[in-house]
Design a protein around this ligand. Structure first.
Ligand code: GDP
Ligand code: ZN
Length: 308
């Protein structure tokens, strides 16, 4: 590395250049041609989240090297499904955000996000927001189910500040994505964490006049206290596009440990005789709503015929 070289993190992709965070400064960089040639079947050699080396010369700043990725969240490239599009590299963890009230906490609604995150080997926690609206702690029953399964469950309120310090500590030095349905308070939480962070909304005009579509661009926000947040355009980016229906049960922790006891190795835990998972549901050892959300996810995967 020459004196002129610095290391940084790619925050955004702006087409002909990428925006790199160099110690808190956002610098637009071109991508060195030698990197482009090596990129193989991927369209771009540099992805949002990449740790990169930036060199400065008379022409400006250029990305000259990319560190090996610890993880990558990808999907088929919309313009050429044979290619892989990396949405974000080096993501560490996901926080699934839900609300105690308004909208009501619906058990099972977050299971899809948990499966998506865990199947990608990301750390995952759950945040129950708007606890100020539920002074009787009706959310406790559901929270306890997830705690018993080993998940961290944070209780937050963007309104009165409950749990915000804990959330901030959780985000520190990590690259995190907040996932959750609209209206649960994701942008309000960011605002409570630091008013300079503003979560974008997913809907943008695509310029064709045909109205709105959900952008596929992901960008990173630098947290002033260390770490990055993924500014996710939409939860679709965290779909289950490459998951086989028969693998879903593996990502339900309480099902995984019982699956070896099913009579059939390829048991789908639906109508098969001798299914240890169903037996545990009947015995009240597995929450029925968790089992039902498993069935819904499997059903959804069967209906979604991939286009590639
Ligand atoms: P997002 O779609 O997940 O980003 O949700 P928003 O941050 O836009 O919040 C949706 C609505 O819930 C807004 O009217 C917020 O003011 C409100 N809200 C967000 N967090 C809380 C909270 O902790 N307590 C209460 N009472 N309202 C909240
Ligand atoms: Zn079974």
């Amino acid at each position: 590395m020459s004196d002129e070289a610095k290391r940084g993190v790619v925050l955004r992709d702006e087409g002909s250049s990428v925006i790199v965070d160099l110690d808190g400064e956002e610098v637009a960089c071109v991508i060195r041609k030698t990197l482009r040639r090596k990129s193989g079947r991927r369209r771009k050699p540099v992805a949002v989240g990449d740790r990169v080396t930036v060199e400065f010369s008379g022409d400006g700043a250029a990305v000259t090297a990319v560190e090996e990725r610890r993880s990558q969240l990808s999907r088929p490239d919309p313009s050429d499904p044979r290619k892989e599009q990396i949405l974000v590299a080096n993501l560490d963890e996901v926080i699934v955000v839900t609300s105690a009230k308004s909208p009501d906490l619906v058990p099972g609604l977050i299971d899809r996000f948990l499966v998506a995150a865990e199947s990608r080997e990301l750390d995952v926690a759950i945040a129950i927001n708007k606890v100020d609206l539920d002074p009787d702690r009706e959310f406790d029953t559901v929270a306890q189910v997830y705690r018993d399964l080993g998940y961290t469950v944070l209780e937050t309120s963007a309104e009165d500040g409950t749990g915000i310090e804990e959330l901030r500590a959780f985000l520190r030095e990590h690259t995190t994505s907040l996932l959750g349905h609209s209206g649960v308070g994701k942008s309000s939480l960011l605002n409570a964490l630091d008013p300079s962070l503003k979560l974008r909304t997913g809907e943008v005009h695509d310029g064709t006049g045909k109205g709105m579509h959900t952008t596929t661009t992901v960008s990173l926000l630098r947290l002033p206290w260390g770490g990055y947040l993924v500014d996710t355009p939409g939860i679709r980016a965290f779909g289950l596009w490459n998951m086989l229906p028969e693998d879903v049960g593996y990502w339900f922790r309480e099902m995984r440990e019982r699956m070896p006891d099913c009579r059939f190795k390829n048991c789908l835990h639906d109508n098969e005789p001798g299914c240890a998972v169903k037996a545990a549901v009947e015995a009240g050892e597995i929450q029925r709503w968790r089992y039902e959300s498993f069935l819904r996810i499997v059903e959804g995967l069967r209906e979604e015929t991939p286009e590639y």
